[in-house]
Design a protein around this ligand. Structure first.
Ligand code: PRX
Length: 661
């Protein structure tokens, strides 16, 4: 890819083809604009209409939005529904009933198909098994599972009985799991003996045992274990039961429990700017509405589509666009257990051909790593597979650089498929700013315009709008149905993090910087403005990693973590560490750095391992003792320090830290 290409990016515009516009549900910009105007004129009327048309309510709502206790907004508050019934029961007696809901491809390539009817039976049976364990409406259940049908069944079964699930990504450590079990007050953990990834059998159950063994999990009564592989695992008598044991004798009929629209469907932990992850609490009614609608709008889902979102159910993308959205939309979806590079880096393209996927949704990091692989080995280039089934491509999780966008558009989409660069967050529940495939002219590297009803804007620190072309903070000015309701157990932190008083207390602060272009008003996300890093599309708090490092009390005195740009992972983690002993160098430094990386993997998970670790006698601090992170960011990038260092207590330290060990 030439540099010229990347310089010219801003000027490239790809309008949707006439045929795409004609066939699309939201057809052309005037249709999009009309919807936006409808929402601007009458926000409540707009959402009420959509909620009536797209959600099956067991008790219809009469109030749309209650703002009396803002920012604790309530949507459809007197309505009742069941999320699982909206994904499964709703299709009974329609042509969707016998359609394939899930095409599951295992790590080793084995394929299983599950119809909607079978899915309903499996979810019903698992829900009955949960009930038989004493799990009931309002209880919290941790799900720590591999990618597969069983994970989705477990989530749907919780929803069916009104239990609130909290899925923990299978790459998180025992300690992370322990903290989440305690914070959520979970009564059960649903897990598997092992998971298969890249041909390797990796433990899950032993990590659960270790996590529970760390203590404090007083609410926990039950651990349910899916035997994914034939290898036995430790089972604690009285507490642990296999799926086979608890499903035995359970019928598949389980009436869905109607819950209030505001009932917490799930809590999903994500990193914030302090050390402790936040339990993002989502509602049932508003969340489900947006999961269904964004499937229809952003992916323009049709009855014959084969939708494939590659995200793990441990992340929000896997919640909205694997576990709920595709089922609510009645789509056929692919679920993949493995990794994109096994047994070769053409696996995604091979699977698109094999399953005739029509809509493909993945992360920029995956695209960048597959570009690299295709450039070094022709055999894994997408041109080797027939990708003509594709009609829409999507990306999510981090900014996509225009070069990667162009490669994806050309080599995967054959210059035929719109690329929807979807900006959103764990907290937003679903897409916020994204092109519509049959309406929005695309600009590489831009998530373009907010969806109808989403009042996104860019403001300065006082909450005032900035003009197009000037950067600022991304906010949402009005509530929307799928927004975060609170931080589990910490409403004060919710208010402070997302609705700061300094900005009037009513603007939702996304935590990202953004700029709108002067010509079209298109949004471009410039990255986090808080102490949150985005590594391979995974959110990590710098303080979370710092806390993990200093928890190694025998070795580490102090640590500061910053991000630096990385071609492949977007951002890379760079840790500056002061040891309790003399600053190491050479082989010893390498060894200690490796030990610390493994330590962080154990404390949080392998995704949090710092790429660079540098040792210093001290950290750059102001006279009042504050670590000057902006200097560390420059050092991490390898930049010369041009900033004012006059307030620095110990300027000599900069030179020391700039040397790589
Ligand atoms: O910084 C933004 C980035 O990912 C953050 C949200 O991370 P998480 O809650 O883990 O959810 C990721 C999946 C929705 C945002 O604050 N981000 C997400 N999508 C984009 C993005 N940055 C730029 N462009 C995007 N399309």
């Amino acid at each position: 890819m030439s540099n010229i290409e990347s310089v010219l990016v801003e000027n490239r515009v790809f309008p949707p083809s006439e045929a795409t516009v004609k066939a699309a549900r939201i057809s052309g910009m005037p249709a999009y604009e009309a919807m936006c105007h409808e929402a601007e004129r009458d926000l409540e009327g707009f959402w009420a209409r959509l909620a009536k048309d797209n959600v099956v309510w067991t008790k219809p709502f009469t109030t749309t939005l209650n703002e009396s206790n803002a920012p604790f907004y309530k949507w459809f508050e007197d309505g009742e529904l069941n999320a699982s019934a909206n994904c499964l029961d709703k299709h009974v007696g329609t042509p969707v009933e016998n359609k394939t809901a899930i095409i599951f491809e295992a790590d080793d390539g084995a394929v299983t198909r599950v119809t909607y009817k079978e899915m309903l039976a499996r979810v019903g049976q698992f829900a009955n098994a949960l009930k038989a364990q004493g799990i009931k409406k309002g209880d919290r259940v941790i799900i720590y599972m591999p990618m597969g049908v069983e994970g989705v069944v477990a989530m749907q079964a919780c929803a069916r009985i009104g239990a609130t699930h909290s899925v923990v990504f299978g790459g998180f450590s025992a300690k992370a799991l322990n903290e989440r079990i305690i914070d959520a007050g979970a009564v059960a953990v649903v897990t598997a003996n092992y998971q298969m990834r890249g041909g390797k059998e990796l433990p899950l159950k032993s990590i659960v045992d270790e996590g529970i063994g760390m203590g404090g999990c007083d609410t926990l009564k039950t651990v349910l274990v899916y035997m994914r592989t034939a290898t036995a695992c430790n089972m604690v008598a009285g507490r642990d039961k296999t799926f086979a044991e608890v499903l035995e004798g359970q019928g598949s009929d389980c009436p869905p429990v109607a819950v209030n629209a505001e009932h917490p469907l799930f809590v999903l932990y994500t990193s914030g700017s302090t050390g402790k992850p936040k339990g993002v609490q989502h509602s049932t009614g508003g969340y489900l509405l947006w999961a269904k609608l964004t499937m229809d709008w952003t992916f323009d889902i049709r009855p014959d589509d084969v939708f494939w979102c590659t995200a793990d159910i441990g992340w929000i993308t896997g919640h909205t666009y694997v576990a709920y959205g595709p089922l609510a939309a009645g789509a056929t979806q692919v679920i993949f257990e493995g990794i994109p590079t096994f047994p070769h880096a053409g696996r995604f393209w091979q699977m698109i051909e094999k399953h005739k996927a029509t809509v493909f949704y993945t992360a920029p990091t995956a695209i960048r790593s597959l570009i690299k692989a295709a450039e070094t080995d022709e055999k894994v280039h997408p041109k080797n597979w027939d990708l003509s089934s594709l009609r829409i491509l999507g990306t999510v999780g981090e900014p996509i650089n225009p070069e990667a966008w162009m490669w994806y558009y050309r080599n995967v989409g054959g210059e035929r498929c719109p690329v929807v660069d979807t900006f959103w967050q764990t907290e937003t529940g679903g897409h916020m700013i994204t092109p519509l495939p049959g309406a929005t002219p695309l600009v590489p590297g831009s998530c373009t315009l907010p969806l109808p009803g989403i009042m996104a804007a860019i403001v300065d620190e006082t909450g005032k709008d900035v003009p197009n072309g000037a950067g600022g903070m991304l906010v949402v000015k009005r509530p929307w149905p799928s927004m975060i309701r609170t931080i589990w157990g910490d409403p004060e932190r919710f208010k402070k993090s997302y609705f700061p008083e300094e900005m009037g207390g009513k603007l939702y602060l996304a935590g990202d910087g953004a700029v709108r272009d002067a010509k079209r008003g298109y949004f471009r996300i410039t990255g986090r403005i808080d102490d949150v890093l985005n590594v391979s599309g995974h959110r990590l708090g710098t303080m979370e990693i710092e806390s993990a490092l200093v928890a190694k009390t025998d070795l580490v005195a102090e640590a500061a973590v910053v991000g630096r740009p990385d071609d492949l992972t977007g951002e890379a983690i760079c840790a500056f560490v002061v040891l309790k002993r003399a600053r190491p160098s050479g082989e010893e430094a390498k060894q200690i750095a490796a030990d610390l990386r493994n330590w962080v993997a154990k404390e949080i998970g392998p995704i949090a391992k710092p790429k660079d670790i540098r040792f210093g006698d001290n950290l750059p601090k102001t006279r009042s003792g504050k670590i000057m992170r902006r200097l560390l960011r420059s050092i991490a990038k390898g930049e010369a320090i041009t900033q004012d260092v006059s307030t620095l207590e110990n300027p000599a330290i900069l030179e020391q830290l700039a040397q790589t060990n």
